[in-house]
Design a protein around this ligand. Structure first.
Ligand SMILES: NC(=O)C1=CN([C@@H]2O[C@H](COP(=O)(O)OP(=O)(O)OC[C@H]3O[C@@H](n4cnc5c(N)ncnc54)[C@H](OP(=O)(O)O)[C@@H]3O)[C@@H](O)[C@H]2O)C=CC1
Ligand SMILES: C[C@H](CCC(=O)O)[C@H]1CC[C@H]2[C@@H]3C(=O)C[C@@H]4C[C@H](O)CC[C@]4(C)[C@H]3CC[C@]12C
Length: 294
């Protein structure tokens, strides 16, 4: 009998945990109509797809990346898809003056900001760590410090609108993985910065949500070209991933896990059975397919 009671309590506990952690799925895309949104790293990949979703939802969009001709094409398509307005500003996020300039551009164009989607990443290699700490420092500038700089610059506008900061991280921002030493370092740093800031916002009743997105392997050209052959798992679709990121931000979720089974489930092992998790992950790699470092 005692065992049965324990079992029932455990099942109820699991059901409650599932209910509270599975997130609120009642997302109405029309809530983004007329909203003012910045998307960084939107000339390709997941960022480009986020711009298209937001355009279909009728948002005002400002996108940025380095490659002007690609940005122009994305903006043209956003207008076709129904964006309330679409603009771009080209530049590199290794320059913090440029990072601030993007936010000020949004202020000039829109007179405010509802959502800041931080998505860009600098180029890195996918191979054994080569010992170059300067590259780690450079990548921290692009992947982390520009995120912090833009958030600080955007906070006055986001406080006024009760808006959202959406941070695109990775599974390897929660768990270490081979061939991603500099990249993984930067994604872990995002968790430290934004998860701590989120708690300070709660203490101070700051009505700005922070959503950290923990993403698995996605079928963007850059990721597939980099890891194809080495990683023995299929890539998830970038269109769906982009939608889930926007949805999580709009619903003010603290974290988004996409794909759920490739991120949240393995993460349950991280603190309780780390060596087992490492064993499963390492079985996923074919090191004979590693490309020489560029
Ligand atoms: N694809 C995947 O498997 C996964 C991706 N993610 C995350 O998703 C996000 C998007 O990744 P994904 O779409 O694959 O990447 P892409 O390589 O397709 O896009 C990266 C974007 O960043 C821009 N960018 C590159 N360097 C700079 C720079 N110095 N300054 C400003 N912008 C720059 C690129 O444009 P340009 O070159 O024109 O500047 C591009 O728009 C990233 O945060 C990544 O960490 C997380 C987990 C898995
Ligand atoms: C293989 C990893 C998942 C491990 C597992 O066992 O599930 C992938 C999870 C996230 C991927 C990386 C990522 O975050 C994006 C990077 C983008 C770069 O431009 C190139 C590739 C990535 C390093 C990519 C590689 C596969 C993952 C590590």
């Amino acid at each position: 009998m005692a065992l049965l009671t324990k079992l029932i309590v455990a099942v109820i506990g699991l059901l409650l945990a599932f209910y509270f952690y599975s997130g609120n799925d009642a997302f109405d895309p029309s809530t983004l109509k007329g909203k003012k949104v910045i998307v960084t790293g939107a000339s390709s990949g997941i960022g480009e797809q986020m711009a298209y979703h937001l355009a279909k939802m009728g948002s005002h969009i400002l996108i940025t990346a380095r490659t002007e001709d690609r940005l122009k094409k994305v903006v043209d398509k956003c207008v076709e898809l129904g964006a309330a307005s679409a603009h771009y500003i080209p530049g590199s996020m290794d320059n913090m003056t440029f990072a601030k300039q993007v936010v000020h551009e949004a202020e000039g164009l829109f007179g405010g900001l509802d959502m800041l989607i931080l998505n860009h990443i600098g180029f890195t290699y996918f191979n054994y760590f080569d010992g170059n700490v300067d590259h780690v420092r450079d990548l921290l500038e692009i992947n982390v410090l520009s995120y912090a700089t833009m958030t600080v610059a955007a906070l006055p506008m986001l406080k006024k609108s009760g808006g959202n900061v959406v941070v695109v991280s990775s599974f390897v921002g929660k768990v270490g993985a081979p061939f991603t030493v500099p990249y993984s370092t930067t994604k872990f740093a995002l968790d430290g910065f934004f998860s701590s800031l989120r708690m300070e916002f709660k203490q101070q009743n700051t009505n700005v949500s922070i959503t950290l997105c923990v993403i698995s392997y996605i079928d963007t050209d850059s990721a597939v070209n980099t890891v194809a052959g080495v990683i023995q798992q299929p890539a998830a679709p970038k269109e769906e991933c982009a939608f889930e990121i926007i949805k999580g931000g709009a619903l003010r979720q603290r974290e988004v896990y996409y794909q759920y089974q490739a991120t949240k489930i393995p993460l349950l092992l991280r603190d309780w059975a780390p060596e087992f998790l490492e064993y499963i992950m390492l079985k996923n790699y074919d090191v004979t397919k590693l490309k020489p470092q560029q």
